[in-house]
Design a protein around this ligand. Structure first.
Ligand code: PLP
Length: 479
Protein backbone atom coordinates (compact mmCIF):
# COMPACT_ATOMS: atom_id res chain seq x y z
CA UNK A 1 0.00 0.00 0.00
CA UNK A 2 1.31 3.47 -0.83
CA UNK A 3 1.74 6.09 1.86
CA UNK A 4 -0.99 8.14 0.21
CA UNK A 5 -3.48 5.25 0.29
CA UNK A 6 -2.57 4.55 3.94
CA UNK A 7 -3.12 8.21 4.87
CA UNK A 8 -6.38 8.42 2.88
CA UNK A 9 -7.66 5.18 4.48
CA UNK A 10 -7.00 6.47 7.93
CA UNK A 11 -8.43 9.95 7.22
CA UNK A 12 -11.57 8.78 5.45
CA UNK A 13 -12.39 5.94 7.88
CA UNK A 14 -12.15 8.35 10.78
CA UNK A 15 -14.22 10.98 9.00
CA UNK A 16 -16.88 8.43 8.08
CA UNK A 17 -16.94 7.15 11.68
CA UNK A 18 -17.63 10.70 12.87
CA UNK A 19 -20.34 11.18 10.22
CA UNK A 20 -21.82 7.81 11.22
CA UNK A 21 -22.38 9.15 14.72
CA UNK A 22 -24.40 12.08 13.36
CA UNK A 23 -26.23 10.71 10.31
CA UNK A 24 -25.41 7.05 9.60
CA UNK A 25 -27.35 7.04 6.33
CA UNK A 26 -24.87 9.51 4.85
CA UNK A 27 -21.85 7.49 6.02
CA UNK A 28 -23.46 4.36 4.57
CA UNK A 29 -24.25 6.03 1.23
CA UNK A 30 -20.70 7.37 0.96
CA UNK A 31 -19.20 3.92 1.60
CA UNK A 32 -21.71 2.32 -0.77
CA UNK A 33 -20.86 4.80 -3.52
CA UNK A 34 -17.20 3.80 -3.36
CA UNK A 35 -18.19 0.13 -3.53
CA UNK A 36 -20.52 0.79 -6.50
CA UNK A 37 -17.94 2.82 -8.39
CA UNK A 38 -15.35 0.12 -7.78
CA UNK A 39 -17.66 -2.63 -9.01
CA UNK A 40 -18.96 -1.10 -12.23
CA UNK A 41 -17.62 -0.27 -15.65
CA UNK A 42 -18.06 3.48 -15.58
CA UNK A 43 -18.40 4.59 -19.18
CA UNK A 44 -20.23 7.87 -18.64
CA UNK A 45 -18.27 10.21 -20.89
CA UNK A 46 -18.62 13.19 -18.55
CA UNK A 47 -17.39 11.42 -15.42
CA UNK A 48 -13.98 10.59 -14.05
CA UNK A 49 -12.23 9.73 -10.76
CA UNK A 50 -10.49 12.67 -9.12
CA UNK A 51 -7.19 11.92 -7.41
CA UNK A 52 -7.06 11.42 -3.63
CA UNK A 53 -5.22 14.76 -3.18
CA UNK A 54 -8.00 16.52 -5.11
CA UNK A 55 -10.68 14.76 -3.05
CA UNK A 56 -8.95 15.54 0.23
CA UNK A 57 -8.43 19.21 -0.65
CA UNK A 58 -12.19 19.63 -1.06
CA UNK A 59 -12.93 18.68 2.52
CA UNK A 60 -11.52 21.60 4.50
CA UNK A 61 -12.51 24.74 6.39
CA UNK A 62 -11.78 26.86 3.35
CA UNK A 63 -15.44 26.00 2.74
CA UNK A 64 -16.42 28.28 5.61
CA UNK A 65 -15.10 31.54 4.21
CA UNK A 66 -17.16 34.07 2.29
CA UNK A 67 -15.07 35.89 -0.35
CA UNK A 68 -17.37 37.63 -2.82
CA UNK A 69 -15.41 39.85 -5.17
CA UNK A 70 -12.09 39.32 -6.89
CA UNK A 71 -8.54 38.66 -5.74
CA UNK A 72 -7.48 41.54 -3.48
CA UNK A 73 -10.86 43.24 -3.87
CA UNK A 74 -13.39 41.42 -1.69
CA UNK A 75 -16.65 42.45 -0.09
CA UNK A 76 -15.65 40.59 3.11
CA UNK A 77 -12.78 41.03 5.55
CA UNK A 78 -10.13 38.41 6.18
CA UNK A 79 -9.87 36.93 2.67
CA UNK A 80 -6.07 36.80 2.43
CA UNK A 81 -5.92 33.00 2.32
CA UNK A 82 -8.71 32.75 -0.24
CA UNK A 83 -6.79 35.33 -2.30
CA UNK A 84 -3.81 32.97 -2.23
CA UNK A 85 -5.95 29.98 -3.18
CA UNK A 86 -7.68 31.77 -6.06
CA UNK A 87 -4.41 33.28 -7.35
CA UNK A 88 -2.66 29.91 -7.38
CA UNK A 89 -5.60 28.20 -9.12
CA UNK A 90 -5.83 30.97 -11.75
CA UNK A 91 -2.06 30.94 -12.30
CA UNK A 92 -2.09 27.18 -12.89
CA UNK A 93 -5.06 27.48 -15.26
CA UNK A 94 -3.37 30.22 -17.28
CA UNK A 95 -0.12 28.27 -17.50
CA UNK A 96 -1.80 24.95 -18.23
CA UNK A 97 -3.83 26.31 -21.14
CA UNK A 98 -1.56 29.15 -22.25
CA UNK A 99 -4.46 31.58 -21.77
CA UNK A 100 -4.23 35.32 -21.22
CA UNK A 101 -6.70 35.26 -18.35
CA UNK A 102 -8.36 32.64 -16.11
CA UNK A 103 -11.34 33.01 -13.78
CA UNK A 104 -11.74 30.04 -11.44
CA UNK A 105 -14.79 31.00 -9.38
CA UNK A 106 -17.68 29.36 -11.30
CA UNK A 107 -19.24 26.54 -9.30
CA UNK A 108 -20.07 24.37 -12.29
CA UNK A 109 -20.06 24.23 -16.07
CA UNK A 110 -23.43 25.93 -16.33
CA UNK A 111 -22.25 28.76 -14.08
CA UNK A 112 -19.12 29.14 -16.19
CA UNK A 113 -21.27 29.38 -19.33
CA UNK A 114 -23.48 32.02 -17.71
CA UNK A 115 -20.40 34.05 -16.77
CA UNK A 116 -19.19 33.70 -20.36
CA UNK A 117 -22.51 34.81 -21.89
CA UNK A 118 -22.90 37.77 -19.58
CA UNK A 119 -19.31 38.88 -20.00
CA UNK A 120 -19.84 38.93 -23.77
CA UNK A 121 -23.08 40.87 -23.36
CA UNK A 122 -21.31 43.32 -21.05
CA UNK A 123 -18.52 43.78 -23.56
CA UNK A 124 -20.56 43.91 -26.74
CA UNK A 125 -23.87 45.44 -25.62
CA UNK A 126 -23.52 47.20 -22.28
CA UNK A 127 -20.18 48.99 -22.74
CA UNK A 128 -20.98 50.54 -26.14
CA UNK A 129 -24.43 51.58 -24.88
CA UNK A 130 -22.96 53.28 -21.82
CA UNK A 131 -20.38 55.00 -23.98
CA UNK A 132 -23.01 56.20 -26.41
CA UNK A 133 -25.08 57.61 -23.56
CA UNK A 134 -22.07 59.15 -21.81
CA UNK A 135 -22.67 57.01 -18.68
CA UNK A 136 -19.96 55.34 -16.60
CA UNK A 137 -22.06 52.54 -15.09
CA UNK A 138 -25.66 51.37 -15.34
CA UNK A 139 -26.33 53.40 -12.17
CA UNK A 140 -25.92 56.55 -14.27
CA UNK A 141 -28.69 55.56 -16.70
CA UNK A 142 -32.14 57.11 -16.62
CA UNK A 143 -35.00 54.64 -16.07
CA UNK A 144 -35.89 54.93 -19.74
CA UNK A 145 -32.34 54.18 -20.95
CA UNK A 146 -32.09 51.29 -18.48
CA UNK A 147 -35.32 49.80 -19.86
CA UNK A 148 -33.93 50.11 -23.36
CA UNK A 149 -30.66 48.47 -22.40
CA UNK A 150 -32.56 45.57 -20.85
CA UNK A 151 -34.61 45.16 -24.01
CA UNK A 152 -31.41 45.23 -26.06
CA UNK A 153 -29.90 42.42 -23.94
CA UNK A 154 -32.95 40.34 -24.68
CA UNK A 155 -32.83 40.73 -28.42
CA UNK A 156 -29.33 39.34 -28.95
CA UNK A 157 -28.70 36.27 -31.08
CA UNK A 158 -26.73 33.15 -30.26
CA UNK A 159 -25.89 30.24 -32.51
CA UNK A 160 -24.80 26.90 -31.05
CA UNK A 161 -24.91 23.21 -31.86
CA UNK A 162 -28.33 21.59 -31.59
CA UNK A 163 -28.97 19.22 -28.73
CA UNK A 164 -29.55 16.20 -30.95
CA UNK A 165 -26.33 16.85 -32.87
CA UNK A 166 -24.40 16.82 -29.57
CA UNK A 167 -24.67 20.39 -28.26
CA UNK A 168 -25.41 21.23 -24.64
CA UNK A 169 -28.57 22.62 -23.04
CA UNK A 170 -26.76 25.88 -22.40
CA UNK A 171 -26.09 26.42 -26.12
CA UNK A 172 -29.55 27.86 -26.73
CA UNK A 173 -31.94 25.01 -25.81
CA UNK A 174 -35.47 26.27 -25.30
CA UNK A 175 -35.81 24.85 -21.81
CA UNK A 176 -32.56 26.46 -20.68
CA UNK A 177 -32.11 30.11 -19.77
CA UNK A 178 -29.81 30.47 -22.81
CA UNK A 179 -32.76 29.72 -25.11
CA UNK A 180 -35.00 32.15 -23.28
CA UNK A 181 -32.55 35.00 -22.95
CA UNK A 182 -31.29 34.90 -26.54
CA UNK A 183 -32.85 34.57 -29.96
CA UNK A 184 -31.40 31.29 -30.94
CA UNK A 185 -30.53 29.34 -34.05
CA UNK A 186 -28.82 25.97 -33.89
CA UNK A 187 -26.52 24.29 -36.33
CA UNK A 188 -26.62 20.55 -36.80
CA UNK A 189 -24.39 18.06 -38.53
CA UNK A 190 -24.28 16.73 -42.06
CA UNK A 191 -27.00 14.03 -42.38
CA UNK A 192 -24.70 11.75 -44.42
CA UNK A 193 -21.51 11.96 -42.35
CA UNK A 194 -22.70 13.17 -38.96
CA UNK A 195 -19.91 15.76 -39.05
CA UNK A 196 -20.11 19.54 -38.67
CA UNK A 197 -20.56 21.07 -42.13
CA UNK A 198 -18.56 24.30 -41.82
CA UNK A 199 -19.72 25.67 -45.18
CA UNK A 200 -23.36 25.26 -44.20
CA UNK A 201 -22.58 26.72 -40.80
CA UNK A 202 -21.07 29.78 -42.46
CA UNK A 203 -24.09 30.18 -44.75
CA UNK A 204 -26.47 29.92 -41.76
CA UNK A 205 -24.37 32.37 -39.74
CA UNK A 206 -24.38 34.86 -42.61
CA UNK A 207 -28.15 34.77 -42.58
CA UNK A 208 -28.71 34.67 -38.81
CA UNK A 209 -25.86 37.04 -37.85
CA UNK A 210 -25.33 35.89 -34.26
CA UNK A 211 -23.69 38.08 -31.65
CA UNK A 212 -22.22 34.88 -30.19
CA UNK A 213 -21.12 31.76 -32.02
CA UNK A 214 -20.85 28.81 -29.62
CA UNK A 215 -18.54 25.90 -30.39
CA UNK A 216 -18.28 22.85 -28.17
CA UNK A 217 -20.39 19.81 -27.37
CA UNK A 218 -21.54 17.15 -24.94
CA UNK A 219 -22.05 14.26 -27.32
CA UNK A 220 -20.23 14.93 -30.59
CA UNK A 221 -17.59 12.22 -31.04
CA UNK A 222 -15.25 14.29 -33.20
CA UNK A 223 -12.78 17.15 -32.95
CA UNK A 224 -13.74 20.69 -33.89
CA UNK A 225 -11.67 22.95 -36.11
CA UNK A 226 -11.56 26.16 -34.10
CA UNK A 227 -9.65 28.03 -36.83
CA UNK A 228 -12.69 27.49 -39.09
CA UNK A 229 -15.01 28.55 -36.28
CA UNK A 230 -12.94 31.72 -35.81
CA UNK A 231 -13.15 32.53 -39.53
CA UNK A 232 -16.92 32.10 -39.46
CA UNK A 233 -17.25 34.25 -36.33
CA UNK A 234 -15.08 36.97 -37.90
CA UNK A 235 -17.02 36.85 -41.13
CA UNK A 236 -20.31 37.66 -39.35
CA UNK A 237 -18.92 39.82 -36.54
CA UNK A 238 -19.66 37.28 -33.81
CA UNK A 239 -17.77 36.66 -30.59
CA UNK A 240 -16.45 33.09 -30.56
CA UNK A 241 -17.34 31.32 -27.33
CA UNK A 242 -16.02 27.78 -26.87
CA UNK A 243 -17.52 25.47 -24.26
CA UNK A 244 -14.75 22.91 -23.70
CA UNK A 245 -16.38 21.33 -20.64
CA UNK A 246 -16.08 17.87 -22.16
CA UNK A 247 -12.68 17.94 -23.78
CA UNK A 248 -10.68 20.26 -21.48
CA UNK A 249 -8.53 17.29 -20.45
CA UNK A 250 -7.59 16.65 -24.07
CA UNK A 251 -6.61 20.30 -24.48
CA UNK A 252 -4.68 20.31 -21.20
CA UNK A 253 -3.00 17.02 -22.15
CA UNK A 254 -1.98 18.42 -25.56
CA UNK A 255 -3.94 15.87 -27.56
CA UNK A 256 -5.83 18.74 -29.17
CA UNK A 257 -3.24 21.14 -30.54
CA UNK A 258 -3.10 23.71 -33.36
CA UNK A 259 -6.50 24.31 -34.91
CA UNK A 260 -8.10 21.81 -32.51
CA UNK A 261 -7.05 23.83 -29.46
CA UNK A 262 -9.56 26.63 -28.83
CA UNK A 263 -7.05 28.79 -26.95
CA UNK A 264 -5.84 31.48 -29.34
CA UNK A 265 -8.97 31.21 -31.48
CA UNK A 266 -11.81 31.80 -29.02
CA UNK A 267 -12.51 35.10 -27.29
CA UNK A 268 -13.99 33.35 -24.27
CA UNK A 269 -13.75 29.70 -23.23
CA UNK A 270 -15.76 28.07 -20.46
CA UNK A 271 -15.18 24.64 -18.99
CA UNK A 272 -15.88 22.21 -16.21
CA UNK A 273 -13.04 20.82 -14.13
CA UNK A 274 -14.49 17.38 -13.38
CA UNK A 275 -14.84 15.61 -16.72
CA UNK A 276 -11.81 14.68 -18.84
CA UNK A 277 -9.77 17.17 -16.77
CA UNK A 278 -10.19 14.90 -13.68
CA UNK A 279 -10.54 17.67 -11.09
CA UNK A 280 -13.20 18.53 -8.51
CA UNK A 281 -16.76 19.35 -9.62
CA UNK A 282 -16.56 22.94 -10.81
CA UNK A 283 -16.09 25.38 -13.64
CA UNK A 284 -13.74 28.05 -14.91
CA UNK A 285 -13.50 30.59 -17.71
CA UNK A 286 -10.53 31.54 -19.88
CA UNK A 287 -10.51 34.79 -21.82
CA UNK A 288 -8.44 37.07 -23.94
CA UNK A 289 -7.14 40.23 -22.27
CA UNK A 290 -9.93 42.12 -24.05
CA UNK A 291 -12.71 40.12 -22.39
CA UNK A 292 -10.93 39.62 -19.02
CA UNK A 293 -12.40 42.67 -17.23
CA UNK A 294 -15.97 41.58 -18.08
CA UNK A 295 -15.32 37.96 -17.10
CA UNK A 296 -13.90 39.20 -13.80
CA UNK A 297 -17.33 40.60 -12.98
CA UNK A 298 -18.77 37.05 -12.81
CA UNK A 299 -19.49 37.99 -9.20
CA UNK A 300 -21.81 39.92 -8.80
CA UNK A 301 -23.09 39.39 -12.37
CA UNK A 302 -24.24 35.79 -11.91
CA UNK A 303 -22.23 34.37 -9.00
CA UNK A 304 -22.23 34.86 -5.26
CA UNK A 305 -19.49 33.73 -2.89
CA UNK A 306 -16.86 31.48 -4.48
CA UNK A 307 -16.38 27.96 -3.14
CA UNK A 308 -12.91 28.45 -1.73
CA UNK A 309 -12.36 24.78 -0.90
CA UNK A 310 -13.24 23.84 -4.48
CA UNK A 311 -10.97 26.53 -5.90
CA UNK A 312 -8.20 24.97 -3.79
CA UNK A 313 -8.97 21.55 -5.25
CA UNK A 314 -9.01 23.07 -8.75
CA UNK A 315 -5.50 24.41 -8.10
CA UNK A 316 -4.36 20.90 -7.13
CA UNK A 317 -6.02 19.37 -10.20
CA UNK A 318 -4.51 21.98 -12.55
CA UNK A 319 -1.10 21.35 -10.96
CA UNK A 320 -1.57 17.62 -11.59
CA UNK A 321 -2.58 18.30 -15.18
CA UNK A 322 0.64 20.25 -15.71
CA UNK A 323 2.67 17.12 -14.99
CA UNK A 324 3.98 15.11 -17.94
CA UNK A 325 2.00 12.06 -16.76
CA UNK A 326 -1.24 13.89 -17.54
CA UNK A 327 -0.27 14.16 -21.20
CA UNK A 328 0.27 10.41 -21.26
CA UNK A 329 -3.14 9.97 -19.63
CA UNK A 330 -4.91 12.28 -22.11
CA UNK A 331 -3.34 10.53 -25.10
CA UNK A 332 -4.50 7.18 -23.68
CA UNK A 333 -8.04 8.53 -23.28
CA UNK A 334 -8.11 9.29 -27.03
CA UNK A 335 -6.34 6.04 -28.04
CA UNK A 336 -8.69 4.02 -25.85
CA UNK A 337 -11.74 5.69 -27.41
CA UNK A 338 -10.46 4.59 -30.82
CA UNK A 339 -9.95 1.03 -29.55
CA UNK A 340 -13.44 1.00 -28.04
CA UNK A 341 -14.99 2.32 -31.26
CA UNK A 342 -13.08 -0.21 -33.38
CA UNK A 343 -14.12 -3.00 -31.02
CA UNK A 344 -17.78 -2.04 -31.42
CA UNK A 345 -17.60 -1.48 -35.19
CA UNK A 346 -16.00 -4.87 -35.85
CA UNK A 347 -18.85 -6.47 -33.86
CA UNK A 348 -21.43 -4.72 -36.04
CA UNK A 349 -22.50 -1.84 -33.79
CA UNK A 350 -23.52 1.39 -35.55
CA UNK A 351 -21.66 4.48 -34.36
CA UNK A 352 -22.68 8.05 -35.07
CA UNK A 353 -20.06 9.51 -37.47
CA UNK A 354 -18.65 5.98 -37.89
CA UNK A 355 -16.11 6.35 -35.09
CA UNK A 356 -14.42 8.85 -32.81
CA UNK A 357 -11.39 11.06 -32.56
CA UNK A 358 -11.99 12.39 -29.06
CA UNK A 359 -13.06 10.63 -25.85
CA UNK A 360 -16.70 10.00 -26.80
CA UNK A 361 -18.31 7.11 -28.67
CA UNK A 362 -21.99 7.47 -29.57
CA UNK A 363 -23.79 4.19 -30.27
CA UNK A 364 -26.91 4.14 -32.41
CA UNK A 365 -28.80 1.21 -30.89
CA UNK A 366 -31.70 1.39 -33.35
CA UNK A 367 -30.29 -1.58 -35.27
CA UNK A 368 -30.75 -3.72 -32.14
CA UNK A 369 -34.43 -2.69 -32.15
CA UNK A 370 -33.85 -0.83 -28.89
CA UNK A 371 -34.31 2.69 -27.60
CA UNK A 372 -31.47 4.34 -25.78
CA UNK A 373 -33.42 3.98 -22.58
CA UNK A 374 -33.78 0.20 -22.96
CA UNK A 375 -30.11 -0.17 -23.87
CA UNK A 376 -28.96 2.01 -20.97
CA UNK A 377 -31.08 0.01 -18.49
CA UNK A 378 -29.99 -3.40 -19.77
CA UNK A 379 -26.34 -2.35 -19.70
CA UNK A 380 -26.77 -1.11 -16.13
CA UNK A 381 -28.25 -4.49 -15.12
CA UNK A 382 -24.98 -5.98 -16.36
CA UNK A 383 -22.82 -3.51 -14.39
CA UNK A 384 -22.03 -1.20 -17.33
CA UNK A 385 -22.88 2.42 -16.51
CA UNK A 386 -23.65 4.59 -19.54
CA UNK A 387 -26.18 7.25 -20.43
CA UNK A 388 -28.76 7.34 -23.16
CA UNK A 389 -28.40 10.21 -25.57
CA UNK A 390 -30.13 11.53 -28.66
CA UNK A 391 -28.67 10.81 -32.06
CA UNK A 392 -29.06 13.40 -34.84
CA UNK A 393 -32.76 13.68 -35.85
CA UNK A 394 -33.61 11.11 -33.18
CA UNK A 395 -36.95 9.39 -33.93
CA UNK A 396 -37.42 8.59 -30.22
CA UNK A 397 -36.96 12.14 -28.90
CA UNK A 398 -34.77 13.36 -26.05
CA UNK A 399 -36.31 11.17 -23.32
CA UNK A 400 -36.19 7.65 -24.80
CA UNK A 401 -33.56 8.42 -27.46
CA UNK A 402 -31.91 6.02 -29.91
CA UNK A 403 -28.36 6.51 -28.71
CA UNK A 404 -26.08 5.54 -25.87
CA UNK A 405 -23.13 7.78 -25.14
CA UNK A 406 -19.99 6.24 -23.70
CA UNK A 407 -16.53 7.61 -23.01
CA UNK A 408 -13.09 6.58 -21.86
CA UNK A 409 -11.81 9.16 -19.29
CA UNK A 410 -12.86 7.28 -16.14
CA UNK A 411 -11.72 3.76 -16.99
CA UNK A 412 -8.49 5.15 -18.45
CA UNK A 413 -7.83 6.70 -15.03
CA UNK A 414 -8.21 3.18 -13.59
CA UNK A 415 -5.53 1.95 -15.99
CA UNK A 416 -7.56 0.37 -18.79
CA UNK A 417 -5.77 0.18 -22.14
CA UNK A 418 -6.77 -0.82 -25.68
CA UNK A 419 -7.07 -4.56 -24.86
CA UNK A 420 -9.39 -3.91 -21.91
CA UNK A 421 -11.53 -1.57 -24.02
CA UNK A 422 -11.83 -4.23 -26.70
CA UNK A 423 -13.22 -6.55 -24.03
CA UNK A 424 -15.57 -3.77 -22.92
CA UNK A 425 -16.80 -3.51 -26.53
CA UNK A 426 -17.40 -7.28 -26.52
CA UNK A 427 -19.37 -7.07 -23.27
CA UNK A 428 -21.51 -4.16 -24.50
CA UNK A 429 -22.29 -5.93 -27.76
CA UNK A 430 -23.17 -9.11 -25.88
CA UNK A 431 -25.65 -7.29 -23.64
CA UNK A 432 -27.27 -5.36 -26.51
CA UNK A 433 -27.64 -8.53 -28.57
CA UNK A 434 -29.28 -10.29 -25.63
CA UNK A 435 -31.76 -7.46 -24.96
CA UNK A 436 -35.22 -7.45 -26.52
CA UNK A 437 -37.85 -4.70 -26.37
CA UNK A 438 -41.18 -5.54 -24.72
CA UNK A 439 -44.17 -4.23 -26.72
CA UNK A 440 -46.76 -2.08 -24.95
CA UNK A 441 -50.08 -3.63 -23.84
CA UNK A 442 -51.61 -2.24 -27.06
CA UNK A 443 -48.98 -4.09 -29.11
CA UNK A 444 -47.01 -0.97 -30.13
CA UNK A 445 -43.19 -1.11 -30.01
CA UNK A 446 -42.25 -0.49 -26.35
CA UNK A 447 -39.76 2.24 -25.58
CA UNK A 448 -38.99 1.54 -21.93
CA UNK A 449 -39.49 -2.12 -21.03
CA UNK A 450 -37.13 -4.85 -22.17
CA UNK A 451 -35.94 -8.34 -21.34
CA UNK A 452 -32.35 -9.40 -20.97
CA UNK A 453 -31.64 -13.07 -21.70
CA UNK A 454 -31.02 -15.25 -18.63
CA UNK A 455 -27.52 -15.32 -17.26
CA UNK A 456 -26.17 -12.48 -19.43
CA UNK A 457 -26.09 -9.89 -16.64
CA UNK A 458 -24.28 -12.22 -14.25
CA UNK A 459 -21.78 -13.40 -16.89
CA UNK A 460 -21.07 -9.81 -17.94
CA UNK A 461 -20.59 -8.67 -14.36
CA UNK A 462 -18.15 -11.54 -13.75
CA UNK A 463 -16.13 -10.68 -16.86
CA UNK A 464 -16.15 -6.98 -15.91
CA UNK A 465 -15.01 -7.84 -12.38
CA UNK A 466 -11.85 -9.42 -13.80
CA UNK A 467 -10.97 -6.18 -15.61
CA UNK A 468 -11.92 -4.03 -12.63
CA UNK A 469 -9.98 -6.11 -10.10
CA UNK A 470 -6.88 -5.91 -12.29
CA UNK A 471 -7.26 -2.09 -12.40
CA UNK A 472 -8.40 -1.12 -8.90
CA UNK A 473 -9.94 2.23 -8.06
CA UNK A 474 -8.00 4.05 -5.30
CA UNK A 475 -5.87 0.97 -4.64
CA UNK A 476 -5.30 0.37 -0.95
CA UNK A 477 -8.02 2.77 0.16
CA UNK A 478 -10.12 1.06 2.84
CA UNK A 479 -13.03 2.75 4.52
N1 PLP B 1 -21.17 22.34 -20.97
C1 PLP B 1 -21.09 21.11 -21.50
C2 PLP B 1 -20.59 20.96 -22.90
C3 PLP B 1 -21.46 20.00 -20.75
O1 PLP B 1 -21.40 18.79 -21.30
C4 PLP B 1 -21.93 20.19 -19.42
C5 PLP B 1 -22.34 19.06 -18.56
O2 PLP B 1 -22.74 18.05 -18.90
C6 PLP B 1 -22.01 21.49 -18.92
C7 PLP B 1 -21.62 22.53 -19.72
C8 PLP B 1 -22.55 21.76 -17.56
O3 PLP B 1 -21.72 21.36 -16.55
P1 PLP B 1 -22.25 21.25 -15.05
O4 PLP B 1 -23.03 20.01 -14.97
O5 PLP B 1 -21.00 21.26 -14.21
O6 PLP B 1 -23.08 22.47 -14.77
Amino acid sequence: MTDLARTASSVYSQILDVVEGIEPRIADATRAELADQRASLKLIASENYASLPVLMTMGTWLSDKYAEGTIGHRFYAGCQNVDTVESVAAEHARELFGAEYAYVQPHSGIDANLVAYWSILAQRVESPTLERLGAKTVNDLSEEDWEQLRATFNSQRVMGMSLDAGGHLTHGFRHNISGKMFRQHSYGTDPATGLIDYDKLLADAREFRPLILVAGYSAYPRRVNFARMREIADEVGATLFVDMAHFAGLVAGKVFTGEENPVGYADVIASTTHKSLRGPRGGFVLATAEYAPSVDKGCPMVLGGPLSHIMAAKAVAFAEARQASFQTYAQKVADNAKALAEGLLKRGVNLVTGGTDNHIVLLDVGSFGLTGRQAESALLDAGIVTNRNSVPHDPNGAWYTTGVRIGTPALTTRGFGAAEFDTVAELITGVLTATAPVPTAAGAPGKARYTLADGVAARTRAAAAELLDANPLYPGLEV
